[in-house]
Design a protein around this ligand. Structure first.
Ligand SMILES: Nc1ncnc2c1ncn2[C@@H]1O[C@H](COP(=O)(O)OP(=O)(O)OP(=O)(O)O)[C@@H](O)[C@H]1O
Ligand SMILES: [Mg+2]
Length: 423
């Protein structure tokens, strides 16, 4: 029987912390423990702003997942988010060490290290180094050069980096709970693992995770990430707008927003057989349970408020796509995930603004206790588990430690960053 290993992920969001524990065998990733949504405290727009409060929320999320899984957790993959996250594409070139012979893993590491020789300020640290494309003696389009013959090896990489302070604070919080951080995963990369198909990544697509406080973007082209960006705006803004527009409390505005998104399907039911009275009823939205000035609100008003904010979010995404020079290069369109992807009318507004195909992305690729984590708000939680599985598998595949002695620390650091992305 294949040996079972455990992988835990913690998604530290601005509105909720969610953890998942997975039992991993050769061909199955089974979720055995989940925390559900623990309200997050001490986190704002993806960043830790109060260590004690954040530690408390992370701790209760992990406790729940641990209890359900019935295993003791000592380490976890942790998502990282925030406007400090930036991306950069860079090129590296080296001579193959033993000319005439095969390209080795060390050559791949050296060339990727060369690509990292870009000026990144000392206040920042690399989160991911993703080899996008290798070239051997000017022949491009090579995904795995190990074992090929050649003299000159080049690589195009996508580097994702972030503020060292933000990372240190995040790691500090998780360490205080007694958990070692296996790796930090940018939320866009994590969500992409569970939501995007290989075809979408290959054709060109932009994944957008709309959370409570942030909108995290990652664009894929030819199978790999090419651009990432985090906007300091999320679905909580929609709630705020509704609270102001309806003159109600935030808690009630949030409930009204969710009630509307749960009900949106009804709008399309049998409109042909409706009487005028029915139509009138459909235009009104029942808010009697929330103690507003009147018992109903025009749906038109609700959609005007929601659409205005969604419009703004998607316009900002268009600007990012233009900034990355990706206009017209993303035929697989936009995939929206995160809790905000459930907002009523999200696909309609996204299509109108982005002028590309749009779908809502749900997390996939795991079995087991999936009931609690099947919504788009859990894409990053599930994706971080899958990212860890990829890392675990490539560790075995590459076998860096056998017969070659210990790598020096710079090398082992790069290897760590690289492993999960190598073919
Ligand atoms: N059914 C729903 N309909 C409309 N909005 C929803 C629904 N469910 C969740 N949301 C919204 O999604 C947001 C939370 O999303 P999510 O859980 O992805 O955020 P987060 O990960 O905590 O935040 P972030 O990623 O910004 O740090 C909230 O603003 C919430 O109102
Ligand atoms: Mg999130």
């Amino acid at each position: 029987m294949p040996k079972e290993k455990f992988i835990t992920s913690i998604d530290i969001g601005s509105t909720k912390i969610s953890s998942a524990v997975a039992a991993v065998t050769d061909n199955k990733v089974s979720i055995i423990g989940v925390s559900g949504s623990v309200p997050s405290k001490g986190i704002s727009k993806g960043n830790v702003v109060d260590i004690d409060a954040a530690v408390e929320s992370i701790s209760s999320s992990l406790e729940r997942a641990e209890r359900m899984a019935g295993v003791s957790i000592s380490s976890a993959l942790v998502t990282i988010n925030g406007t400090h996250i930036e991306t950069q594409n860079s090129h590296g070139v080296v001579a193959v060490s033993h000319q005439g012979s095969e390209i080795s893993t060390e050559d791949v590491i050296r060339v990727t290290e060369a690509a990292q020789a870009v000026s990144i300020p000392s206040s920042r640290e690399i989160i991911h180094v993703i080899p996008r494309d290798f070239m051997v003696d000017s022949q491009a389009g090579i995904k795995d050069p190990i074992g090929m013959s050649g003299v000159r090896l080049e690589v195009e990489t996508n580097i994702i980096h972030g503020s060292s302070t933000a990372m240190k604070n995040l790691i500090k919080c998780v360490s205080q709970v007694g958990i070692q951080v296996d790796d930090l995963v940018y939320i866009g990369i994590a969500s992409a693992e569970s939501v995007l198909t290989d075809t979408e990544k290959e054709l060109g697509t932009v994944l957008v995770d709309i959370g409570g406080g942030t909108t995290s973007i990652v664009a894929f082209l030819e199978g790999s990430p090419i651009y990432s960006r985090v906007l300091p705006i999320g679905a909580r803004y929609i709630t705020n707008d509704l609270a102001i527009g309806l003159r109600t409390r935030l808690e009630d505005a949030e409930k009204i927003k969710i009630k509307l998104s749960n009900e949106k399907q009804e709008m399309f039911i049998q409109t042909a057989v409706l009487t005028n009275g029915d139509r009138k009823k459909m235009e009104e939205f029942d808010v009697s349970e929330f103690g507003l000035e009147s018992d109903t609100v025009h749906k038109k008003l609700l959609y005007e408020i929601i659409d205005a904010r969604l419009n703004e979010i998607f316009r900002l995404i268009v600007l990012e796509i233009n900034k990355a020079n990706l206009q017209g290069k993303l035929p697989a369109g936009l995939v929206v995930t995160g809790g905000g992807a459930l907002t009523a009318g999200v696909e309609k507004v996204a299509k109108a603004v982005m002028k590309m195909p749009v779908r809502v992305g749900f997390p996939r690729g795991v079995t087991g206790l999936i009931d609690e984590i099947q919504g788009p708000a859990y894409s990053a939680t599930v994706g971080a588990v899958l990212y860890g599985v990829g890392k675990m598998k490539s560790n075995t595949m590459l076998n860096f430690d056998t017969g070659r002695g210990k790598m020096n620390s710079v090398f082992s650091k790069i290897i760590e960053k690289l492993k999960s992305f190598l073919p």
